[in-house]
Design a protein around this ligand. Structure first.
Ligand SMILES: [Zn+2]
Length: 422
């Protein structure tokens, strides 16, 4: 592939993403929820491209669009490449979709390569399946990863009874799209037939830009703890209660919030956030009597995360104790980290280096389809720099030279995998 080809391909990828962004529930913005009308347009567009590449196209029962490219004499096991085509409300043009469009570009590159390699009779290429997952964001039904859950065989049929904001049950939405909710089980993949899953996605954060890097190998998806805290003091008159006789729940909570920020800053890769606050009675002339707060803690190591959660609980107790305030808490989520496959990840890192790029490794702070797929097949993930660190926003973007780099690295990664498969 010449540099000129690469630039042309990168431009085409960006143009495709922008074109797909026009397929939206609300003109002027990008919103495309699970199995809504614009999803049909996206399917039609992507299917046409898949067919033009000689791929066998189907839509499974949860609405994942799947295109299989199976060159003659390739082995039965295929590499799956993909990402999601649903969006958050008022989204950007690249979250998810970019990974699908890039996957198709990689198929086209592989096709062209075969034409050359077949003459040389070097080796048989490997089969590729491109997946456009129907649902990842969880916007329509409040349940994320519907598409990849079905693949991983972890789709809970009770989800079908969920209703969207308009009172449409999920099973009715599936039927309205022309699919059979009874057949969702059949979407589950047979790990024996799959070599692995590869997802290319924008970083959706500021790390790569801050380090002046284009791409990174994702080591895994961080684990997450969510806790609810309640500081209970004594509500009282703001004028008649002297400072030294107060039990101000908000002052205790505020001291703790600042402690959370500084404690979290001492551990590499730890993110701890108090994002929600409910002050009672929340009146200008009353000493706050109680505060309820959320705490979100994430880290790639489960041990490290649980260690710091305990430490942040201790900090809450000491902040409360100083002011004669009570603190209680409950843990609402303890989601373990998901590691990407070591072997595939090492191959991906080698591909970066072979392309003259630093093999930066980083965890993902957000969930992705690769997280669900990793439960079933070896998974690897590549991040592209997010300009301004902006995502889930109309200003979300991606740089052409980074798309070029992703194409180069993706093609090299496929080449390396084909070599160890063959
Ligand atoms: Zn995404």
């Amino acid at each position: 592939m010449t540099e000129h080809d690469l630039t042309a391909r990168a431009r085409r990828v960006l143009a495709e993403c922008r074109l797909l962004a026009g397929m939206t529930e609300e003109p002027g913005g990008i919103t495309r929820r699970f199995l809504t009308l614009p999803v049909r347009d996206v399917h039609a567009h992507l299917s046409a491209r898949m067919k033009s590449l000689g791929m066998a196209v189907r839509v499974d029962a949860i609405g994942n669009l799947r295109g299989l490219w199976h060159p003659p004499n390739a082995g039965m096991r295929r590499l799956q490449i993909g990402s999601h085509i649903d969006t958050v409300p008022n989204a950007g043009a690249f979250d998810g979709v970019l990974g699908v469009v890039l996957a198709l570009e990689l198929v086209e590159t592989a096709l062209e390569k075969i034409a050359l390699v077949q003459n040389a009779r070097e080796r048989e290429p490997m089969a590729l399946e491109v997946i456009a997952f129907s649902e990842e964001e969880g916007v329509r039904y409040g349940a994320p990863f519907l598409g990849s859950r079905a693949f991983a065989g972890s789709f809970d049929p009770r989800l079908l009874a969920l209703e969207d904001a308009d009172g449409v049950r999920m099973d009715a939405a599936v039927r309205a799209f022309g699919l059979d909710p009874e057949a969702i089980d059949e979407a589950a993949l047979d790990p024996k037939e799959v070599l692995g899953f590869f997802e290319i996605h924008i970083e959706q954060g500021p790390v790569l830009e801050a380090e002046d890097l284009q791409l990174a190998v994702v080591e895994g998806i961080v684990g997450q703890s969510r806790l609810a805290f309640r500081f209970t003091g004594q509500a009282n008159h703001a004028g008649t209660t002297p400072m030294h006789l107060r039990h101000d729940a908000l002052a205790a909570a505020a001291e703790w919030i600042v402690a959370v920020e500084s404690i979290a800053g001492t551990e590499d890769g730890l993110a701890a956030t108090v994002g929600k606050l409910d002050v009672q009675p929340n009146a200008a002339n009353v000493v706050p009597g109680a505060v309820e707060l959320s705490l979100d803690v994430r880290h790639m190591s489960n041990l490290t995360r649980t260690h710091w959660v305990r430490s942040l609980i201790n900090a809450a107790q000491s902040a409360a104790h100083k002011r004669g305030v009570e603190v209680t808490w409950s843990e609402n989520l303890d989601q373990p980290a998901v590691e990407m496959d070591k072997r595939l990840t090492a191959e991906l890192a080698e591909a970066l280096q072979a392309c003259g790029l630093p093999a930066k490794r980083m965890p993902s702070g957000a969930g992705h389809d690769a997280m669900m797929m990793a439960a079933r097949v070896p998974a690897a993930m590549l991040f592209l720099r997010s300009p301004g660190g902006i995502s889930h926003h109309p200003d979300e973007s991606v740089r052409e030279e980074d798309v070029e780099a992703a194409l180069r690295v993706g093609a090299k990664f496929l080449e390396r995998l084909a070599a160890f498969v063959g």
